[in-house]
Design a protein around this ligand. Structure first.
Ligand code: MN
Length: 254
């Protein structure tokens, strides 16, 4: 079993170290992660500046790029072997609902999935690394199940996992969920720079708008570990027919 691990919080993040240590004896495990925090970088690739790979004292590789850069470089020549599984995290904070579009944690896993490799993104619901030992134990459990059931050899998948910050005995079971939705993000925060210019800080994510039963928000509120299978196809299949009719009317006007 060959496992590639990345994250978006950077190669020194406690969540990455915990995930690595939890998976280390399950196979050949390699870490290629961003040098700095790359939260909310989604699937961004660095196209206009060079990327360097360095090795830290503990053997982790780090790159002056995004999470997707790390996985991309690893898979397209740096590793010299193809992983059976790409895992990302454990992220410092939730990646639920619309977060998945922005998330660098999901982006790293998605990069593996785009190369046809099964991939899992792990996040803790609250920031601050509380009960990280429990989160990494559950991550290990899920990866062990993937290996035991031979899922890595079947059709590639992309799983998004969110783990409540609870001690292991208080943590509920895995639950298959759909993504919820968040309200629109909070307002931008303006400040004055020392040079008298206005600077803007992106505001926080909004609260859950759709946290109904069956969503990741609902499951994690109940203390369970949400598992959402993701797809990459953004096509709004349900509206194809409507738009086809609208387009015909456009053409009628012309
Ligand atoms: Mn992050």
């Amino acid at each position: 079993m060959k496992i590639l691990i990345s994250n978006d919080d950077g190669y020194q993040a406690p969540g990455l170290l915990a995930l690595h240590d939890a998976l280390a004896d399950l196979g050949q495990v390699e870490v290629v992660a961003p040098e700095h925090n790359n939260s909310a970088k989604s699937n961004a690739l660095t196209l206009h500046s060079p990327l360097y790979v360095h090795e830290a004292g503990n053997g982790f590789r780090y790159v002056n790029g995004t999470p997707a850069d790390c996985v991309h470089i690893a898979l397209t020549g740096y590793l010299g072997w193809r992983p059976d599984l790409v895992v990302s995290g454990i992220n410092n904070g939730a990646n639920m609902g619309d977060d998945t579009i922005y998330s660098g944690t999901v982006g790293a896993a998605m990069e593996g999935y785009l190369f046809g490799i099964p991939a899992i993104a792990f996040s803790q619901v609250e920031k601050g690394w509380g009960h990280l030992d429990a989160a990494s134990a559950r991550a290990r459990e899920l990866v062990q199940q993937v290996i035991a059931q031979g899922l890595d050899a079947q059709r590639p998948f992309l799983l998004n996992v969110n783990i409540p910050n609870r001690a292991l005995p208080d943590l509920g079971p895995f639950e298959i969920c759909r993504l919820g939705r968040r309200h629109a993000a909070e307002k931008v925060i303006p400040q004055s720079s020392p040079h008298g210019q206005t600077m803007y800080w992106i505001g926080g994510a909004g609260p859950a708008k759709d946290g109904a039963e069956g969503t990741d928000f609902h499951a994690t509120t109940q203390g369970r570990v949400s598992v959402t299978p993701l797809q990459v196809d953004l096509t709004d299949h349900k509206s194809l027919r409507d738009w086809s009719a609208r387009l015909e009317r456009f053409q009628g006007v012309r």
